[in-house]
Design a protein around this ligand. Structure first.
Ligand code: SF4
Length: 858
């Protein structure tokens, strides 16, 4: 089997992957991002490339259509909309999942040919505050450092960044560096104790949005102790005095930390020159995200700790190609190639290069405003590319209604059904990972190839081609006459050369003579380059700017909702949800709440919690843990209306955004909480696909089919009929067990001697080995034995999955601990857990410490 050298499509680490059409997946030992490592998500890529659920042909109004008629319709509707309502009545909403070539073409069509800047992207939800902070400080959107700096640092500060789950391979690189250099210190600044905290020497459980107070306090400390690099600051930085004055005026109590904690952190930061401050969504996704970014950058600029080995600020991007999208200008307030929309010379140069009939002159609508304009009727035609805003945008029920309000909605996606494609008039099938070709840029400015190793399914097409096909039908064919992604990439590089007279950081000349087919992962402007070591920045005077920032007032709602990622899932689970071993890690939408809050609510582990606010309500499984502080709640963002009945967490997030970057504040919702008192709780394992029908329902894939966790308030009169309705099992022979004393009901269905579905109902959260029930599906085990919780092979119950790669459960690990495995390494030797991708090592360590909080319903 020939393996193809490609790049992982998930997080911004951008790991190299060797992939084969037979499902083989290996880490690429030669890729400088991962040197052969992969995390659990990357390792399971081979399980996500099947065609189940894929959109294989265009659809118009829900009916299969041919490409010509679908594209003709899209182009004619767009042209008519522009003619009648003007270019700003059209909007594109793109994605950090798109490849750079796709992004480049979409941006070119909207800004140069349609003549609007109404192209925004889900990167607005991810990185916009970093972009705005970089531009304020440096004059350009520049990530100064490289991954190697994280390994070379003496102090790594993780701010609002659960790298262990969200950028696992980068976390593993830091962990390996710390093991090799034990004097290295790791600080974790996060309101929650996360898997990343397990590596930290210091955990600062900061108050939500307390970052500005923390870093302003650090800057004041540096100034008060004569630790400002006066030479660097005087020669290369503006705004020093006023920024220090603003920092000194800050009340550091707003950080939520004690004086001792602050003093210890400030001494550590000040005492080591080689400091890297890594930050991601906990900083960016805030109503003051840009100020938080600048509060961090201020400290590095004041001390000259930037651009040199082992030091500097480092923004870890969430998505695989958020950086590529920024480079080609795929946001509503950018032009292309790091050129400025507000600069007439830049616009003229781009228009001339594109030979385009027009060029937008003013910024377009940022994500929240864009969907508000959909709701308000200003947007008459919308194209959503490779993303699912009906779930992922804040106030997602409102956004879903806003999309439904647009007269003409187009989606290009790999999946037939998502919450957003369900709202579209035209659905265009796009190529997925493994089928498409292009480039992505990772968090350290490294451009790598994604390469196809699978045939195109059905009539699906590459995104760049779909966009070009529409452009051609709108009369712009000559400018979109690409033969392949290599042509697009070459044009992108040529635009960089054609605009080299405008001083900026982006310099792609290293790719000018590159062979696209054999392109090796390469950083711009060149490998291992660090910006700003020479003190040259990109404001017009060549200096950087420290920006005075003010800490926001601390809000203290009874419950503050924080949202984020799970270790083994990606975004709305359209791909990772296909891999049973990934779903086995945390199979339900849950809410972490502190034991004290659980007591106050009289909630026990496994109960269901209802969260409510002005936007809506959700019902989630209670995960009682001291990892969150009292008054704070954490819930994952992955569940959709297709996988849960009441688990879409962005129903609860408010459409509040940072006034500078437009990035939504997805981590600071105010909610009320109460126990959802169900009359019955259930678990179903089935060979057939399940849909979420019940006040609480959460569906996920299993190794034998599907499972759904359930709860309801109306007790059915006929449980067998209810089980048939829930499982879709119309024909099977039913066996039922009931216990009127406890309210327990168990139903098994058999077809031709094989178990097709099992349902377990209880008046309390169902206590059952899910693994055993799931293992019975498709076997000839006797129904009553299956209902008794026996496995077909009478193997011991492994418990809830901890290690996704080797499917090692918690019970298996506890057994190994009882037999003398008292270290992560020993657990690996005994069970293999943690010996492949290593993503579960923090959980193994926590289990050994006895601090593991199991999923409520195991
Ligand atoms: Fe993919 Fe994991 Fe690497 Fe991120 S860390 S790029 S998800 S393999």
């Amino acid at each position: 089997m020939t393996l193809t050298r490609t790049t992982c499509p998930y997080c911004g680490v951008g790991c190299g992957v060797l992939a084969g059409a037979d499902g083989t997946i290996k880490g690429d030992p030669d890729h400088p991002a991962n040197f052969g490592r992969l995390c659990s998500k990357g390792s399971a890529l081979g399980e996500t490339t099947d065609l189940e659920g894929r959109l294989l042909h265009p659809k118009v109004d829900g009916q299969r259509a041919d490409w010509d008629s679908a594209l003709d319709l899209v182009a004619s509707k767009f042209s008519a909309t522009i003619a009648e309502h003007g270019p700003d009545s059209l909007a594109f909403y793109a994605s950090g999942q798109l490849l750079t070539e796709d992004y480049y073409v979409a941006n070119k069509l909207m800004k140069g040919f349609i003549g609007s800047a109404n192209i925004d992207t889900n990167s607005r939800l991810c990185m916009a505050s970093s972009v705005a902070g970089h531009k304020r400080a440096f004059g350009t959107d520049t990530v100064p450092g490289t991954y190697a700096d994280l390994e070379l640092a003496d102090v790594v500060v993780l701010v609002g960044s659960n790298l262990a789950w969200c950028h696992p391979v980068l976390y593993q690189r830091i962990a390996a560096a710390k093991a090799a250099r034990p004097h290295m210190r790791v600080v974790n600044v996060d309101p929650r104790r996360t898997a990343s905290t397990d590596l930290a020497d210091m955990h600062l459980a900061i108050a939500p949005d307390g970052d500005v107070a923390l870093f302003n306090g650090l800057l004041a400390h540096l100034a008060d102790h004569d630790l400002i690099d006066q030479n660097f600051a005087a020669r290369h930085v503006n705004g020093v005095a006023e920024t220090i004055a603003a920092a000194r005026a800050t009340d550091t109590q707003g950080s939520g930390l004690s004086a001792q904690e602050l003093a210890a952190f400030y001494a550590l930061w000040a005492g080591h020159e080689k400091v890297v401050t890594v930050y991601s969504q906990g900083v960016n996704q805030s109503s003051c995200g840009t100020d938080k970014v600048n509060a961090i950058l201020n400290c590095h600029l004041a001390t000259g700790r930037i651009g040199k080995p082992g030091m500097g600020p480092f923004s870890a991007t969430g998505q695989p190609n958020a950086m590529g999208g920024r480079e080609v200008g795929g946001l509503a307030n950018m032009l292309a190639n790091h050129l400025e929309l507000g600069e007439p010379d830049h616009r003229h140069a781009v228009q001339e290069f594109w030979n385009s009939p027009t060029i937008c002159t003013t910024p377009g609508l940022k994500a929240i405003d864009l969907f508000e304009a959909c709701a308000g009727g200003q947007i008459k035609a919308l194209w959503v590319m490779s993303t699912n805003p009906a779930v992922s945008m804040p106030d997602s029920n409102h956004v879903a209604r806003a999309i439904a309000n647009v007269p003409f909605v187009v989606t290009s996606d790999i999946m037939e059904r998502t919450d957003t494609t369900d709202l579209a008039h035209v659905c265009l099938p796009a190529l997925g990972w493994g089928e498409k070709d292009g480039t992505v840029t990772n968090s350290e400015r490294r451009i790598s190839r994604q390469r196809s190793f699978l045939p195109p399914p059905g009539s699906a097409r590459a995104d760049w081609r779909i966009i070009s096909d529409v452009a051609a039908r709108m009369g712009f064919g000559a400018a979109f006459d690409y033969r392949g992604p290599a042509d697009v990439f070459a044009e992108y590089i040529a635009l960089d050369a054609a605009t080299a007279q405008f001083p900026r950081d982006l310099d792609l000349s290293i790719f000018a003579d590159a062979d696209y087919a054999t392109l090796v992962p390469t950083q711009w402007p060149r490998n291992d380059h660090r910006f700003f070591a020479d003190g040259r920045f990109y404001h017009s005077d060549g200096k950087a700017r420290m920006v005075p920032v003010v800490a926001p007032p601390q809000l203290r709602p009874r419950f503050q909702l924080n949202t984020g990622r799970n270790r083994d899932q990606w975004h709305t689970m359209t791909r990772t949800g296909k891999a049973p071993r990934l779903g086995a890690h945390l199979a339900e939408p849950y809410v972490e709440l502190h034991p004290r809050d659980a007591d106050a609510l009289t909630a026990a582990p496994g109960d269901l919690i209802r969260l409510e606010n002005a936007q809506g309500e959700v019902i989630l499984r209670a995960l009682v843990t001291s990892r969150v502080a009292p008054g704070q709640l954490f819930a994952p963002m992955h569940w959709t209306r297709l996988t849960s009945s009441n688990g879409v967490i962005n129903r609860m997030t408010a459409p509040v955004s940072d006034p500078i970057s437009g990035q939504p504040a997805l981590k600071a919702g105010a909610v009320t909480a109460s126990v959802f008192k169900a009359k019955w709780y259930g678990f179903v394992a089935s060979a057939q696909a399940l849909t979420p029908h019940a006040p609480y329902a959460a569906v996920s894939r299993t190794v034998t089919g599907w499972q759904v966790e359930l709860a309801g308030r109306r007790v059915p009169l006929d449980w067998v009929a209810e089980a048939r309705a829930l499982t879709g099992e119309a024909e099977g022979t039913a066996s039922i067990q009931t216990d009127p004393a406890t309210g327990a009901v168990r139903v098994a269905f058999q077809v031709e001697g094989r178990i097709t579905a099992l349902m377990f109902i209880s008046s309390a959260p169902v206590v059952l080995s899910r693994t055993a029930a799931i293992a019975c599906i498709g076997t000839d085990i006797a129904p009553l034995a299956a209902l008794a919780g026996r496995t077909p092979t009478d193997q011991p119950d492994p418990g809830a999955t901890v290690c996704a790669c080797f499917q090692v459960g918690r019970n298996t690990l506890l057994g190994a601990v009882a037999n003398g495995a008292h270290s992560v390494t020993a657990l690996g030797d005994a069970t293999c857990a943690g010996t492949n991708c290593g993503s579960c090592k923090p959980e193994l360590a926590a289990l050994l410490e006895g601090t593991t909080v199991p999923m409520a319903a195991e």
